[in-house]
Design a protein around this ligand. Sequence first.
Ligand SMILES: Nc1nc2c(ncn2[C@@H]2O[C@H](COP(=O)(O)OP(=O)(O)OP(=O)(O)O)[C@@H](O)[C@H]2O)c(=O)[nH]1
Ligand SMILES: [Mg+2]
Length: 473
Amino acid sequence: MRAHLFQTAVAADLPLALSDTIVALSTPPGAGAIALVRLSGPRAIAITDEVFAGKRLAEQPGHTLHYGTLRDGTQVLDEVVVSLFRSPHSYTREDVVEISTHGSDYIVRQVLALLLRHGARLAEAGEFTKRAFLHGALDLAQAEAVADLIAADSALSHQVALRQMRGGFSRELRELRGQLVHFAALLELELDFGEEDVEFADRTGLVVLLQQVQALVRRLLRSFELGNVIKNGVTTVIAGRPNAGKSTLLNALLNEERAIVSEVAGTTRDLIEDEVSIEGIRFRFVDTAGLRETSDVVEAMGVERTRQRVQQAALVVYLFDITTTSPATLQAEIEALNLPASVAVLAVGNKLDLASEAQAAAFQSRPDTLLLAAARGGAGLDELRGALLARVRLQGLDHTGASTIVTNLRHARSLEQADRHLDAVLVGLSTGDGTELLAADLRHALGALGQITGEISSDDLLTSIFTQFCIGK
Ligand SMILES: Nc1nc2c(ncn2[C@@H]2O[C@H](COP(=O)(O)OP(=O)(O)OP(=O)(O)O)[C@@H](O)[C@H]2O)c(=O)[nH]1
Ligand SMILES: [Mg+2]
């Protein structure tokens, strides 16, 4: 039983093919000043030696640079600089050779073909980072952060990814796990002495500890909502009837004449999207074709796209013309969108500048669900921005990047599982469940936390994670 508790499929137990030497282009394809071809594996240096005329690399120390030519038989392919990294002092912890060639697709193709002929294998997506993980250079959460770091395109997402890659999140999780492991071990000990009916683990202490751990797990879970926003932005779809002023609103929010505006109903036929940052949070606004029954085939396709897009939004701004819409119609129109509960709707009454007092008074402004504005002229747009920000629900969360923010769906799922199992232990303790059940639930909670950093992992999981990387990383 006890052996079971600490039994984790650590890196070394997984079936591996680390005996291969892998190669890939690590810079983006296309013409450039320099292209970098990277090799990693036991024969990285030997293979390069076979095609490199200059020094014998096998005799050179690690962390050195070497100028020379790459040759295919007698034919010179390029003048290059070779960087040498010797195991374990490299990104993958294996022998690594980086060949800097001139940045031409033709040269890169020739160099890759040459290295393949000499026994290297083309790397799969993310395989360099996967090797770094398998050799223990990074844990899984850190390895995943490498991909996030490459994809980061705002100061905030960069900061969160960098922190995770440098191990901030992992440290927090290791502490959590460490505390639980201690108690789990005591419970297992009780089981071993089961016949004698001893209680080693202090039950009250365990309850307090579990509550602390659960509070932290829940804080991390709450941060995921924000993490998701930081990483992916908030997709906000602007929908409504033709001529409501959707394209005018899009342009005003982007501060740019992005979409065509006209008094002809049915002007916009396709989705038009662009991003703008509001107080550091990225919003992706999507302008859509006005919703109506139409016999125009192209417009009908646009309307269908609108209907699909609102389903996947985080937020829908439902824009309506207050001079032509009654509250009852508005409600019916929003209901007709059939939005899933996860999509928040903000109704915005437009053309306030044209409205009579009675028309405006028909709609009571409630900042969290309904606002009045004039997209043309800009009245009410600051309130709209404020309402959008409030919807992202930043309350109580520090989005300056100082505290750990969960950005990865896989991590969030594991935290949810851990939370559930911790609940089960707490309930079990209060109802006086036997040690056996408690220990089992605690094991599950530990397992869920271990999945995040890869202390517990499976081949399938690793494959699904690393194939999301680009080749050469
Ligand atoms: N007076 C006034 N006119 C507005 C306002 N907002 C938009 N309009 C006008 O309303 C007309 C329609 O605006 P659009 O932005 O093209 O409307 P839309 O919702 O994108 O329309 P479709 O693309 O056809 O669905 C244009 O003539 C705009 O200038 C506003 O706040 N006040
Ligand atoms: Mg439009």
